[in-house]
Design a binder for this molecule. Structure first.
Ligand SMILES: [Zn+2]
Length: 465
C-alpha cells in the first residue's frame, strides 16, 4: 500500500515537472538557429582584406556597416562565390539545427566548435613542425628562439581574468636561457562580486591583494615591453614569434594578451599562443641523435614537464616571491623551470653539453648526474635466483659495482609452497616461552604517577629540609 502511494506520488511529481518544463521553455523562446549566410562569409573576407590595408574594425557590426554597400554593389560573380561557400558550409553541418542541449546550445553549434578546435590543434602542430624543421639553415632547431610566457591570475571574472603577475623568457638549445621580462601587475579595482575569489587567489599564489588606492598597471606599456622583448632577436619582416605555455595556461594567457590589445587598440591576432609540450615533443624528436632518445608519445613530453624536476631549486623566483614561501608559484620561477626541464632533455638528445647557469640552474650538481647516467647504462636488469655454486661474485645489490653477466646456466627458481610450523619444537635453540608470574612484573611505587604517590614524591624531594 505504502509502495503504491510512493509510486503514485513519484509519477505525479514527474507529470508536474513535465508540465512545468513545458510551461517554462516554450518553443518560441528557444534560441534561434544561427546559419551563416553568404553575406557573413563576404564580411569575413572583407575584414581580412581591410586588415591588410591597415584598417581594423572593433567588431562585426562595424564590419557589417562598412561591407554592406560593397556587397550591394558587388558583381554577380562575387556574390555567387560567397553563396557557394555558404551552401557548402550548410551541407557540412547537416545536423538538425533545431536540436538543443538542456542549456539551450544547439547540437550543431557543439559539433562546429569541436571541429574548429580540432582544426586549430592541427594548424598548431603544423606550425610548430614548420618552425622546428625550417629549411635553409644547417640546423635551425638548435638556434630556434623559444619564448615561454606565464601569467598568474587571481581568478576569472565574468569576462576577463584578473591578472597579478606575468613573465616572458627566451631560450634556445645551443645558448640556454636568456634574461627574462617579468612584472607584477596591479589590476586596480576588483570586479564586483569577486572579492573573495581574488582573496583566495592572492593567498594561493603568494601575491598581494590588488591595491585599489594606487594606479592600476598600464597595460599599454606592458604590451609594448612584451612586443619589444619578442622582436629583439627577430628580423623586421618576420612576424612576432609564437608564445609557448602549459596547456592549462593557454586560456588565461590568451585572454591577458587580448585585454592588453583591447586597451592599446592593437589587433590581438598578432599573437599565437601554443602548448609547450607540443613543441617539446616535436623538437626533441627532431634534434635527437639516436632513436633511443626522444619521446614515443606526445603525452610523455607533457608528463616530463609536469614532473617539474627543478621545482625546489632556490633562487629562481622574483624578489617578491623569494621572501614569501610561495616561490614555486612565481611566474618567473615557472618559465625558468619549464626552460630547464626542456633543455635537460633536449641538450643530451642533441649531443650538446648542458652547462649549469645556462641550460641548467647554476647550483645544479652536474657531476653526480653524469655518474648516475653512466651507472644507468651499465646497470644489469633485475637479477634472477641462481645456484650458489654458479655465483662467482656477491649478489648485485648495488649498481656501484656492475657485475659481468655470468655465462653459467641459469637455473629457474622453483616455487615451494609454505609449510605450517611444527608444534613440538625439536630444535633446542627454539625453546618454548616460559610462563610469566607476578615476580616478573615488580611494583614500581617510586616512579609511578598519580595522587596515591604524592607523599612519596615529596619525601624524595626532601621539601622539609
Ligand atoms: Zn614572482
Amino acid at each position: 500500500m505504502v509502495a503504491a502511494v510512493c509510486i503514485s506520488q513519484t509519477s505525479y511529481c514527474c507529470v508536474f515537472l513535465l508540465i512545468q518544463l513545458q510551461k517554462e521553455v516554450p518553443t518560441d523562446k528557444m534560441p534561434k538557429k544561427t546559419t551563416k549566410n553568404s553575406f557573413y562569409f563576404f564580411m569575413v573576407d572583407f575584414k581580412e582584406q581591410q586588415r591588410k590595408k591597415g584598417i581594423n574594425y572593433a567588431n562585426m557590426n562595424e564590419v557589417g556597416s562598412a561591407a554592406g554597400p560593397v556587397w550591394e554593389a558587388a558583381p554577380p560573380a562575387v556574390r555567387a562565390k560567397f553563396e557557394a561557400i555558404a551552401k557548402k558550409e550548410k551541407q557540412k553541418y547537416n545536423i538538425p539545427e533545431c536540436k538543443y542541449t538542456s542549456q539551450g546550445v544547439s547540437l550543431a553549434q557543439i559539433d562546429r566548435e569541436a571541429e574548429e578546435l580540432q582544426r586549430a590543434i592541427e594548424d598548431e602542430q603544423k606550425d610548430i613542425k614548420n618552425m622546428v624543421t625550417k629549411k635553409g639553415l644547417d640546423c635551425p632547431a638548435l638556434d630556434l628562439h623559444i619564448f615561454v610566457m606565464d601569467v598568474n591570475c587571481y581568478c576569472k571574472a565574468s569576462r576577463d581574468y584578473v591578472v597579478g603577475e606575468t613573465a616572458l623568457m627566451q631560450f634556445n638549445i645551443r645558448n640556454g636561457i636568456q634574461e627574462a621580462y617579468h612584472t607584477i601587475i596591479n589590476p586596480g579595482n576588483i570586479p564586483i562580486g569577486y572579492a573573495s575569489d581574488v582573496k583566495y587567489g592572492s593567498v594561493e599564489l603568494g601575491l598581494d591583494m590588488p591595491d585599489e588606492s594606487k594606479e592600476r598597471t598600464d597595460y599599454i606599456s606592458v604590451l609594448a615591453n612584451t612586443i619589444d622583448y619578442l622582436k629583439k632577436n627577430i628580423d623586421k619582416n618576420d612576424r612576432i614569434p609564437a608564445l609557448f605555455t602549459m596547456p592549462d595556461k593557454v586560456a588565461p594567457l590568451t585572454n591577458f594578451l587580448q585585454q592588453m590589445c583591447r586597451r592599446a587598440g592593437e589587433d590581438d591576432t598578432i599573437f599565437r599562443v601554443y602548448q609547450l609540450d607540443r613543441l617539446f615533443y616535436t623538437m626533441v624528436n627532431f634534434v635527437r641523435l639516436s632513436e633511443d632518445a626522444g619521446f614515443p608519445k606526445e603525452s610523455l613530453a607533457l608528463n616530463q614537464l609536469k614532473k617539474d624536476p627543478f621545482k625546489y631549486n632556490p633562487g629562481l623566483a622574483c624578489q617578491h616571491h623569494e621572501v614569501n614561501d610561495k616561490a614555486v608559484e612565481c611566474c618567473l620561477s615557472r618559465v625558468r623551470r619549464w626552460a630547464y626541464t626542456f633543455l635537460d632533455t633536449a641538450c643530451p638528445a642533441a649531443g650538446i653539453v648542458a652547462l649549469p647557469g645556462k641550460h641548467l640552474p647554476a647550483d645544479f650538481d652536474i657531476e653526480q648526474t653524469q655518474i648516475f647516467q653512466e651507472q644507468k647504462k651499465t646497470r644489469l636488469p633485475p637479477s634472477v635466483w641462481r645456484e650458489p655454486n654458479s655465483c662467482d661474485a656477491s649478489p648485485n645489490t648495488s649498481f656501484n659495482l656492475p657485475v659481468e653477466p655470468s655465462t653459467s646456466k641459469v637455473v629457474k627458481r622453483v616455487h615451494v609452497p609454505l609449510r605450517r610450523p611444527k608444534s613440538n619444537f625439536p630444535d633446542p635453540s627454539c625453546a618454548e616461552v616460559p610462563e610469566l608470574t607476578d615476580l616478573d612484573f615488580p611494583h614500581l611505587s617510586r616512579v609511578s604517577r598519580g595522587p596515591a604517590n604524592v607523599e612519596n614524591t615529596f619525601n624524595k624531594l626532601n621539601i622539609n629540609e
